[in-house]
Write a protein that binds this ligand. Structure first.
Ligand SMILES: Cc1cc2nc3c(=O)[nH]c(=O)nc-3n(C[C@H](O)[C@H](O)[C@H](O)COP(=O)(O)OP(=O)(O)OC[C@H]3O[C@@H](n4cnc5c(N)ncnc54)[C@H](O)[C@@H]3O)c2cc1C
Length: 374
């Protein structure tokens, strides 16, 4: 008898997990409150660069590198199944230095990552100009992460949902879960807003920034961290590399438009775009790429990242019958393939090929790091 699974949440994480479990023979129902992919997963830039924010060797860096290694096959498998090209580009991520502080930060990152044997290059201003022309004349040098890049998160989430459906997943949109169904310690399913009860052998909580509403007893809470994003039409071929400074990043889409992001704000569940953030992002983006002056403003939005107090996701078992796959914060697009693989292993085999201990939803919260991480 195949296992019956409920996945709560139809973002990139829930869709990837539902698809993977269905591919492994499970009978999966995915419950999405609104529309599939309508929250953080469609607000994201889709940058795939695990080394970018790493401050030293860490389990999260290893997880990100592991997921990046899966990406090309993941995107190709989904493309074969659905015909949707998720636009994976791995030309690399460029971090140009515009200030002395940027130079010091880049030197620090280069030193430890180079010593750790990670793929990273230190570039001169001339070498950066050779990779991307017409950037700011004030660039002092920078670092480069080869074989990293970007995917289109909207296309990928749509493709994952389509592939999941084709594999037999029952995707129900407009279907909010209001609580988990328990018997003793065991979670045996979900209660829907209309009172309907769905039972399952395992329930996967993948409801992003809203996850803590359903499992209040986990000591690490998931909190919404707002990110604002702008998009411009450039009317020229896209740049090849993702461009990042500590103040803004630029991620180019194949149609020549460019995403400019992003803020990290603790503003509750309020999704707003604010003039102050827009002005700061535009100024920072144009300081790096003055050609944006002639671009057309094409839109702005904000999304809620699922943040945690220690910056690590919550991946793994909570109680019998319940696993969480949430809290991916700034890396949910990057971490989707490996999260789907690990959750599937955990449910089907009761163990995983890589330790989930650092990401256990039952770990202790750090005493004083909340502000620093978020
Ligand atoms: C501006 C911005 C830029 C980003 N850039 C990047 C990036 O470049 N690279 C990267 O890797 N990551 C990036 N991220 C982070 C990434 O978007 C998230 O980590 C990822 O989308 C989380 O996916 P998710 O499926 O957990 O959450 P979501 O996409 O938010 O999905 C959760 C889903 O659960 C549903 N849900 C909630 N409660 C319930 C309920 N009770 N019942 C049923 N359904 C429910 C919601 O409606 C939602 O659709 C960015 C995020 C933002 C906001």
């Amino acid at each position: 008898m195949s296992l019956k699974i409920i996945v709560i949440g139809g973002g990139i994480i829930g869709c990837a997990i539902a698809r993977e479990l269905a591919g492994a023979g499970c009978r999966v129902t995915l419950l999405e409150r609104g529309k599939v992919g309508s929250e953080a997963s469609s607000a994201a830039a889709g940058i795939l660069c695990p080394q970018l924010e790493a401050e030293g060797p860490s389990p999260l860096l290893d997880l990100g590198l592991g997921s990046l290694a899966l990406y090309a096959d993941f995107v190709e498998a989904v493309r074969r199944e659905t015909g949707i090209d998720a636009e994976l580009d791995t030309a690399g991520t460029l971090v140009p230095d515009l200030t002395r502080d940027d130079v010091l930060a880049s030197e620090r990152v280069f030193r430890w990552q180079h010593d750790a044997g990670l793929p990273i290059e230190r570039l001169s201003a001339e070498e950066i100009a050779g990779l991307e022309g017409h950037l700011s004349g004030s660039i002092l040098g920078g670092i480069f992460f080869p074989k990293t890049g970007r995917v289109n998160p909207v296309a990928l989430t749509r493709a994952l949902a389509l592939s999941a459906r084709a594999r037999g997943v029952d995707i129900r949109e407009g279907c909010p879960v209001v609580s988990l169904r328990t018997t003793g310690e065991r979670i045996i399913g979900a209660v829907l807003a209309d009172g309907q009860i769905l039972e399952a052998d395992s329930t996967v909580l993948a409801s992003g920034a809203w996850s803590s509403a359903l499992v209040p007893k986990i000591r690490i809470q998931v909190v919404p961290v707002r990110g604002q994003m702008l998009v411009f039409e450039t009317h020229r071929p896209p740049r090849r590399h993702v461009l990042v400074t500590p103040r803004a990043y630029l991620a180019f889409r194949r149609d020549g438009s460019v995403l400019v992001g992003s803020t990290t704000e603790l503003a509750g569940f309020e999704k707003r775009v604010t003039p102050k953030a827009m002005m700061k992002l535009i100024a920072s983006a144009m300081a790096l790429d003055p050609t944006l002056e002639s671009a057309d403003f094409a839109g702005a939005w904000s999304g809620l990242r699922p943040g945690t107090s220690d910056g690590l996701p919550l991946i793994g078992p909570v109680r019998p019958g319940l696993v969480t796959a949430t809290g991916h914060y700034r890396n949910g697009i990057l971490l989707a393939p490996i999260t789907a693989a690990l959750i599937t292993e955990s449910i089907l085999r009761g163990q995983t090929s890589r330790s989930l201990e650092p990401f256990s939803p039952l770990r202790e919260p750090p005493a004083a790091r909340t502000e620093a991480v978020l």
